[in-house]
Design a protein around this ligand. Structure first.
Ligand SMILES: Nc1ncnc2c1ncn2[C@@H]1O[C@H](COP(=O)(O)OP(=O)(O)OP(=O)(O)O)[C@@H](O)[C@H]1O
Ligand SMILES: [Mg+2]
Length: 381
């Protein structure tokens, strides 16, 4: 799939902007603080309805304005879609072909994106919440059922935590009601766990192959899901997982009533990155961690293709300068010619030797595009 064009209104430092993209490589070039990342963020918002940089939607709206609008035309093999995300201080509205979609799960999936930025290192270095967000975002963008159940799960979880807080504060607790919430939580939770396990298994197979290649056969990469259910998960089906979750919630209820919060379920799960069997988070060097992230991103591209039949678009924010020559080459070689790519950079010179396709270059200057070029100056050649 690809993004043919993008229109912004009051989005961050862009008052009005309309861009037409190349189906291949698009370069956003310019000094710091000109709005390069803001553009990638806008594309991410168009795909996911959310920013990867902030959970505060207001900060996406241009200072002093009431709303921000991002629209774009997505081209799939046999179809075109017009997507729109409108952000106001009261909330957001999303449209597909000018029709408002009330459910997130009816909107997400029209445009699949993979984003790769230096902050992705937090996937390894950061806390479990980073990895859960990764699972939820990536699975959710191809799997409507997962998206629906995870939204349900969060709703039930909030209700259940509210109930436990009240009980903790000494209010009378109707334990039958707690049972109902536990049952609902276990049902949605089991769907999530089953799909997360399948995702990690599929992504793991792809990432392992890629990582072996990227590291010249030196390293083997694997994922290990971490859940309060432990090894009991191995081979268990959805019904069995639901049963186990429910049992665990019942066992933990006395502790939950004291602590005022839900103590088991996928909202507390995590996963590990293992290189040659060792946890990268604890033992990996900075370079190994970066390479593991690169392998995961490349694996995700293939995973989306397997799931939806088309390649996603790829957003690369400032990542080239962080990779060594071999890895830069690997990355570009993998994507060139098959994945529409949007790449931000402050310098063009160091990139030029790696490019085998002609990029479309957008020179950014303070929220405006100064020039668009289809050519680069190949002085060396
Ligand atoms: N809500 C907003 N309204 C107006 N301007 C904003 C808003 N949010 C951010 N900005 C401006 O956007 C600019 C940052 O843009 P961005 O992060 O895209 O820069 P960049 O080109 O990626 O820079 P770098 O090369 O340093 O990564 C900031 O200078 C900031 O002033
Ligand atoms: Mg930036």
């Amino acid at each position: 799939m690809r993004l043919n064009q993008l229109t912004l209104q009051n989005f961050r430092n862009y008052s009005e902007l309309q861009l037409e993209f190349s189906p291949g490589l698009n370069l956003f070039l310019g000094p710091n603080a000109q709005g390069k990342t803001n553009l990638l963020e806008a594309i991410n918002v168009l795909a996911m309805t959310k920013s990867h940089r902030t959970s505060q939607e207001r900060s996406l709206i241009q200072w002093g304005k009431d709303f921000a609008r991002v629209t774009g035309e997505v081209q799939k093999e046999n179809q075109k879609y017009q997507l729109e995300v409108l952000l106001t201080k009261k909330g957001r509205k999303v449209k597909v072909n000018h029709l408002e979609q009330r459910r997130l799960s009816d909107y997400i999936g029209h445009l699949n994106v993979i984003l790769f930025s230096p902050e992705d290192l937090s996937l390894i270095k950061g806390g479990p919440a980073n990895r859960r967000r990764f699972l939820d975002m990536e699975i959710g963008q191809t799997d409507v059922r997962y998206l629906y159940e995870s939204v349900q799960y969060q709703k039930i979880l909030r209700q259940r935590n509210h109930f436990l807080k009240q009980a903790q504060a000494g209010k009378r607790a109707d334990l039958l009601f707690l049972d109902v919430l536990s049952e609902q939580l276990a049902v949605a939770g089991a769907v999530m766990v089953v799909r997360r396990l399948a995702f990690l298994q599929q992504l793991g197979t792809l990432a392992e192959q890629i990582h072996t290649k990227v590291t010249g056969q030196k390293e083997e990469l694997a994922f290990a899901y971490q859940s309060s259910l432990g090894t009991a998960l191995t081979g268990a089906d959805q019904e069995a997982i639901k049963g186990m979750l429910l049992t665990q919630l019942k066992e933990k209820t006395p502790a939950e009533l004291i602590r005022g919060t839900t103590l088991a379920g996928p909202h507390r799960d995590d996963f590990l990155f293992l290189i040659n069997g060792q946890n990268v988070q604890t033992y990996g060097s900075q370079g190994q961690q970066r390479t593991a992230i690169l392998s995961i991103k490349l694996a995700e591209i293939e995973w989306i293709k397997e799931q939806v039949g088309e390649y996603p678009i790829l957003l690369l924010d400032d990542v080239m300068s962080e990779l060594d020559h071999a890895r830069q080459f690997q990355l570009l070689e993998t994507i060139e010619g098959k994945v529409q790519t949007f790449l931000t950079t402050t310098e063009l010179d160091y990139l030029t030797p790696y490019l085998t396709v002609t990029p479309k270059i957008f020179r950014m200057n303070q929220g405006k595009v100064e020039s668009e070029r289809e050519e680069i100056d190949r002085r060396e050649s």
